[in-house]
Design a protein around this ligand. Structure first.
Ligand code: FAD
Ligand code: DLZ
Length: 510
């Protein structure tokens, strides 16, 4: 019996499970650019270009390899607005009775596809996504019965499972599981950050840029200077570029921020890993090889691998274990609307301006900008989780619900009660000053806390500590913060809270 094989925009891998044991002469592949997927959030224009162009290149490659592919290019006038519409039309046109697909990354779409067998009256086979190291079930089994879920312990399981950076005796290479303590240097301009990997848009990408500019004009960001890879071959070249030029310093400057450099020593590989152009395990193997051959130090390589087989796998496990209720969590009871400057970057807070402006230009900001700048501000200001989550889902080229939601709702907003961290990542302006050179160029003074020109992060930090006493005073990792707060002169505490109240009342004008 011939099957219809659906490949989604983030499943652009030749080894995707939906294609296993398929017959190019019998089975038909369907891929579709549709309004529902392009419009469920205000996707950054560069994300749309990346996905549509990568999908078109992937479909072309499948055809060259002998597959029969139906590719539905985006057409605003099309009567087919959803993947279901396109699939239903293909089933009818070719009298097919069975759909095969790989489980998708988002609850929203997973929920829809799970109903297709009744809605479309055909057999629908949903296969596991074998590109992840741990299956959903494996994660759930690991989590079961544990009082606390800690990424570090899950990560060690993934190291054992993959053998990455493990000795023949089953010990971690370098004698430690985690070299994070070595990875906190401030970057002062030296060593120079490498040039970004660039691919100039080919004809297919140019056509997609035109399409996005024409039909997605009101979406966030810009298509200008689009230089992402859109094929597996170019994504592999991006990986090599990272390993040769950035990986050696990745660890040292992993937490650094710069007022002048957007990318520093980060890999910029998440957009490719998440849409399937790069295989996460192969990426880690390439990094491990760089350590074995002496091309990168252990703190860099271990730190990088931990992000992928540790954090990336862990957040996915949390997502599927806790959805759909997870998306509704708001344990800190936040109620403030997202300030408009998240969409414009127009704020006098230099670190926020730089992070949001880079996001607008590049559909990218590195982890510390996401966590300790835009995320930290949202946490301290008590922004509604659903609004800040929707912002993060929209603005990054690598954003998909399964990875964005736990990072934002859990890691940044602590709205889930602490699955992603045993304490909130709340910090005052001092942290930003320690890890960056933004403060030297800021309208506000990081050394001030209560004055009119004081860095907003300072008073907001203490306001957060004060208003969440019931939530965090008993947390052993936060006791010191409460002792520091309680030790301060009552007049100063009052002045800090007053300044914070003013900031919150005037949040749109900061
Ligand atoms: P590098 O710094 O070079 O790290 C290497 C790889 O590790 C990344 O490519 C990514 O695959 C993985 N990784 C690192 N940290 C994480 C993490 N916390 N969770 C999952 N994978 C991780 N990552 C996404 O892929 N999509 C998102 O939508 C996303 N949203 C985020 C939102 C917030 C608030 C925060 C704090 C983090 C978010 N992350 C997200 C994680 C991380 O910031 C990005 O993966 C990273 O910045 C991507 O850039 P890079 O490829 O240069 O990463
Ligand atoms: C993110 C995205 C976008 C913008 N557009 C499409 C699309 O038109 N067709 C498609 O198959 N996939 C798209 N995607 C990715 C899907 O939304 C993705 O498969 C889900 O988010 C599940 O992870």
């Amino acid at each position: 019996m011939a099957n219809l094989i659906l490949i989604l925009g983030d499943q652009l891998s030749p080894e995707i499970s939906a294609l296993q044991n398929a017959d190019p002469n019998e089975d038909r592949i369907v891929m579709a650019e549709v309004a529902d997927e392009a419009g469920y959030t205000n996707h950054h224009k560069k994300k749309l270009v990346l996905l549509f162009s990568a999908m078109r290149h992937f479909a072309g490659q499948l055809e060259q390899d002998g597959w029969q592919v139906h590719y539905h290019a985006f057409d605003p006038g099309s009567k087919h607005k959803s993947l279901e519409d396109v699939v239903a039309a293909q089933l009818k046109e070719h009298s097919l009775e069975s759909v095969i697909t790989t489980e998708c990354g988002e609850w929203r779409l997973h929920d829809q596809i799970s109903q297709w067998h009744t809605r479309l009256g055909v057999q629908v086979e949903i296969r596991p996504d074998t590109r992840f190291i741990a299956s959903k079930q494996e994660f759930a089994d690991w989590a079961e019965g544990r009082k606390q879920l800690r990424m570090e312990f899950f990560y060690r399981e993934m190291r054992r499972k993959t053998g990455l950076l493990m000795t023949a005796d089953g010990d971690p290479e370098g004698g430690e599981w985690n070299f994070d303590a070595d990875n906190r240097k401030k970057w002062t301009g030296k060593p120079a950050a490498p040039a970004t990997f660039r691919v100039e848009p080919d004809k297919i990408t140019q056509a997609v840029i035109k399409l996005v500019d024409e039909h997605f004009e009101d979406h966030f960001g810009t298509t200008e200077d689009f230089h992402f890879a859109v094929t597996r071959e170019d994504a592999e070249a991006a990986l090599e570029h990272f390993i040769d030029y950035a990986l050696p310093c990745f660890g040292d400057y992993q937490d650094a921020m710069s007022d002048t450099e957007d990318w520093l020593f980060h890999s910029i590989l998440s957009p490719y890993i998440n849409c399937g152009l790069l295989d996460p395990l192969s990426v880690c193997e390439a990094a491990a090889q760089a350590w074995y051959s002496g091309r990168a130090p252990i703190n860099a390589v271990e730190g990088f691998i931990r992000q992928i087989i540790g954090w990336r796998e862990f957040v996915r496990g949390i997502y599927w274990m806790l959805m759909p209720d997870y998306a509704e969590e708001n344990r800190l009871g936040n109620s403030r609307a997202l300030p408009w400057f998240y969409w414009t970057g127009e704020t006098k807070m230099r670190c926020m301006h730089r992070a949001i402006d880079a996001t607008r230009r590049n559909a990218y900001a590195h982890h510390i900008q996401r966590l300790m700048v835009t995320g930290n501000f949202a946490l301290l200001a008590g922004i509604k989780p659903e609004e800040i989550c929707d912002w993060y889902l929209a603005v990054y080229a690598d954003a998909y619900d399964w990875v964005e939601l736990p990072n934002v709702l859990g890691m940044v907003m602590h709205a889930d009660g602490g699955y992603l961290g045993s304490k909130p990542y709340a910090a005052s302006g001092k942290y930003i000053q320690r890890m960056s050179d933004h403060c030297a160029n800021c309208h506000y003074k990081v050394s001030n806390s209560t004055e009119d020109d004081a860095c907003p992060f300072n008073a907001l930090y203490w306001h957060f500590i004060d208003r969440h006493r019931d939530d965090f005073e008993g947390n052993p990792r936060m006791g010191m913060m409460y002792r520091n707060w309680d030790k301060q002169d009552p007049d100063r505490r009052e002045a800090l809270l007053k300044r914070a109240e003013w900031l919150l009342d005037n949040v749109e004008n900061l």
